[in-house]
Design a protein around this ligand. Structure first.
Ligand SMILES: [Zn+2]
Length: 182
């Protein structure tokens, strides 16, 4: 450019400022890339708040999927309560049923961790019985004293990839009692 010398540094600063302004916007996912998974906790009895809390933890952790309470119609995920061990029936990525089993709660397991763990299955994560409380998908193997309900960075990255790639999930049921005793 053929500009007078004093103007060039000013232009440089201006360009740097504009780049800084635009960069964060282009890095964020656009709204139509975010998959919304609806859940119905109307039959989750005393676990409704824990289910909402578990969903919120995932919403605070990932960008490619959002868990939202269903507002009429068929929900992608139905959450139930019963007296057995918690479990999740995954039909496909983001679709299935969760049972908030009272037996695990009676043995001291944290209800929000249970809810977040079962949502983890719905979001495409398998069990990973490490015994580590820092791992959400270690489930009951971390013991009843573990109340960490947050996914670790690897678990977060896997869910982000699952929804970025819209992976197919083989339908199956994850039973937490097997993990507790195995
Ligand atoms: Zn599990």
């Amino acid at each position: 450019m053929n500009l007078p010398r004093p103007i060039r540094p000013v232009l440089g600063v201006l360009v740097a400022f504009l780049v800084a302004l635009v960069a964060p916007v282009t890095a964020a996912a656009t709204p139509d890339q975010v998959r919304v998974v609806t859940y119905d906790a109307g039959q989750a009895a005393e676990f409704r708040d824990a289910v909402d809390a578990g969903a919120q933890i995932w919403n605070d952790s990932v960008h490619n999927v959002r868990l939202e309470p269903a507002t009429g119609g068929d929900a992608d995920v139905v959450v139930l309560a019963d007296d057995g061990w918690p479990r999740a029936e995954v039909v496909d990525l983001g679709r299935g049923r969760i049972w908030m089993g009272r037996q695990a709660v009676a043995e001291g397991h944290d209800v929000v961790r249970i809810a977040a763990h079962e949502f983890g299955h719905i979001l495409g994560l398998p069990d990973n019985r490490t015994g580590e409380c820092a791992d959400l998908m270690s489930g009951a193997s971390a013991g009843p004293d573990c109340d960490n309900a947050k996914p670790n960075p690897d678990e977060i990255a896997e869910v982000e990839r699952n929804f970025a790639d819209s992976v197919r999930i083989t339908p199956r049921v994850f039973r937490e009692d097997v993990l507790a005793r195995g």
